[in-house]
Design a protein around this ligand. Structure first.
Ligand SMILES: NC(=O)c1ccc[n+]([C@@H]2O[C@H](COP(=O)([O-])OP(=O)(O)OC[C@H]3O[C@@H](n4cnc5c(N)ncnc54)[C@H](OP(=O)(O)O)[C@@H]3O)[C@@H](O)[C@H]2O)c1
Length: 296
């Protein structure tokens, strides 16, 4: 077991979260137990899953097998749009908690705004507020909320989200949204933090081959992925890289022994293309993205 530990960030309700975590989107259930167990052995203590990833049960099993005390782990998951509405979201918490086999979830997010039915989105968030009040979750937040979604949420609900998990990598940085998050005391958590979406979605340019990143990486004796993770950490974001490959799981956690200078950080900032890899949040509807989340 590695002795490395990730630095922590403090959420707006005082809860500590490891800055660097482990993602499991697209990790098939049969590979999830092993990947999570390997990640925890490597030193990761934050695991990010989602009800729609269909691997919460295996995430729970991986955590159990790793044998680390529950209170040393930070488990986060996301409710899917099919479970929005107040009662449905309360029940969705039960489904996720049972699959994960935990009494309390550390961070529970709404996976997407549902702009065509924003009232249901708000009702789901009010359910998260109830879960927070009842101690069933330690923090609540959102994902893929753009400024207009955040503005409405803040105006119509009581608890400021602790986290907005959004697509951020060198090719798509959403700096205005990041600034808005900061203004409201909301932590930006970067999904696809090493630009995986530029690779598995077959974009023309892939972050892993970027000449600027490779040049900086060479200077530090590191990889492009490690440089991107360092960039997130030094800019005070949380990042949750995914891998099922043991060597890459280790590589992505081996980022605490070097430092990028201001010029290098600025060079990475300049790589922003403004082109989103994931779906435009406003296009998410139940018709196109709804799917049933099975009972536990
Ligand atoms: N809220 C949302 O809507 C949302 C959307 C997407 C993702 N997420 C979360 O964010 C996590 C990470 O995002 P992501 O999975 O899209 O992308 P990512 O972590 O940026 O990249 C993952 C991809 O890169 C590969 N990879 C991993 N480490 C590598 C390395 N060191 N060098 C080269 N390739 C490497 C992985 O393949 P191997 O597995 O073969 O290593 C995988 O194809 C997800 O797992 C999920 O938890 C959230």
């Amino acid at each position: 077991m590695s002795t490395a530990t990730a630095p922590t960030l403090t959420l707006n309700n005082g809860i500590l979260v490891p800055a660097l975590g482990f993602g499991v989107f697209q990790t098939p259930p049969e590979e999830t137990v092993g990947a999570v167990e390997a990640a925890i052995h490597e030193g990761y203590r934050l695991i990010d899953t989602g009800a729609s990833y269909m691997n919460e049960r295996e995430v729970g099993e991986g955590i159990r097998r790793a044998g680390v005390a529950r209170d040393e782990m930070f488990v986060e998951t996301k409710l899917w749009i099919s479970d929005y509405g107040y009662d449905a979201a309360l029940h969705a918490f039960e489904k996720s908690a049972r699959k994960l086999d935990v009494d309390q979830i550390d961070l529970l997010l709404l996976h997407q705004p549902l702009p065509s039915s924003f009232d249901r989105t708000l009702d789901a968030y009010r359910a998260l507020e109830t879960l927070l009040h009842d101690g069933k979750v330690r923090a609540i937040g959102v994902s893929n909320f753009m400024p207009d979604h955040l503005d409405r949420l803040l105006a119509e609900t009581a608890v400021v989200p602790a986290v907005n998990q959004i697509e951020v990598h060198p090719y798509f940085q959403q700096t205005a949204l990041q600034r808005l998050n900061v203004e409201h005391g909301i932590l930006t958590q970067a999904w696809s933090p090493i630009g995986g979406i530029t690779s598995y979605r077959g974009a023309e340019r892939q972050t892993f081959d970027d000449p600027t990143l490779l040049e900086i990486a060479e200077r530090h004796g590191k990889s492009a992925a490690q440089v991107m993770l360092r960039w997130h950490l030094q800019q005070s974001r949380s990042a949750i890289p995914k891998s099922t490959n043991p060597a890459r799981i280790a590589e992505n956690f081996d980022v605490f022994d070097f430092q990028l200078n201001d010029e290098e950080l600025a060079a990475i900032d300049e790589l922003d293309t403004g082109v989103r890899g994931g779906p435009e949040p406003d296009t998410i509807t139940l018709e196109t993205f709804g799917k049933e989340i099975p009972e536990a």
